[in-house]
Design a protein around this ligand. Sequence first.
Ligand SMILES: [Zn+2]
Length: 409
Amino acid sequence: MKKSVIGFTAIIFLLESVVCIASSDITYRVNVEKENPTIAKVSADVLTLGNFVIEPPQASNLSTSHTKLNVICQAGKGKNISIQFGVPIQCKSIHWNIKFKKLSHTNFEASSLQNIYSPIGWWVLHEQDSLPRISGNHSIYVCVTKNNCNKLPENISGNSGPPVFMVWGKKTGVIKIHNFKINIFSDKELLYSKIPSIKEELEKQYSYLSAVFLSDKQQITWSLVWIAIDQKYNHLSGAAGANAYITNYLVDNGRLTDRTLPWLLRVSAHETVHVLSKYTLPTWINESLAEYYAFKTLTLSNIETRDPIQEWLKRKSAISHASSGLYHANRMVSEQHDMSFYPLFYLKGAALWQELDIALNEEGKNLDQYIRLLNKDDSHDPTINQSFIQSMVRELGSGLWESISSKYL
Ligand SMILES: [Zn+2]
């Protein structure tokens, strides 16, 4: 099989907080009827808004004219009008339908951001293509049940945080570890027998990573969605959103393979770093540390996984911008929105941290002790803090630091 592709569609998690909906807030109520589980009806009372303007939802990669929403305004006296995005209107309520893809074959790509319905009895709703915004500073909550509501991020420029991503229905299981509660939704029974060993590994991941990333989170609840993909499709991916992430696990003709669990645990560890870390970091550091610590966590459990330095050396001739430094790559992503530089964060970035960690090990130290020095006041500045650099120079000598940093930064 060719290289697997891991494409995370969102960078940082928003943590679940206690949702208090004020009477002036708008609530999108999502309703699915049992007889028709692939269609959800969404409605909201908007009378208090007076004149308002509806903006289209964020677009997914799969957006087409067919995915365009038809939002209906109920203007009173049974009068229904199709709303035009961007044009002011007054309504009593608005409503529209959302489609869900029914999971059937093992070919679903987790990063595709499609809304899905599993015949087991659960649903995943992505904000993209499904949830329009209302112009102005309105707080909008999306509720799939009375106790499962999420606030839409207020900034619609696309950089306001991870998209809303809701999961509800019949859980496959619940894992409770310290202050974590993880609701698991799985597409098949395949992984059921593995849950005890997955739980044991997740427990190790959390204890280790919360110490390194100094988590002070009181209580974290998140949903984890596992969907099988056959390895013949060469595409293993994941997507993270607010309070949830969805990931593929590999199967071969309907069976688990030797690589199923290592990959699942690696993706979990990567996301866990995002959830736990309380540091402010530029995107390249955020992603590369998550990737490096996903690797490191697995090696601590003696699980075989690919080595970031080897992976970088193997793949650098085939990927774009391999000779770009990570600071430049970060600027290209954050300022020019050129996502073709993004894979460097995972590959080149993770290799940098591994190289530093190995060099520190030679001195009887390790990278974990210095992570806090990477914390920044401003995440837009891609450079590594002087305090971290000074520590590396002190431990490794300026010659070695220079040689490593010039190779990667
Ligand atoms: Zn990530």
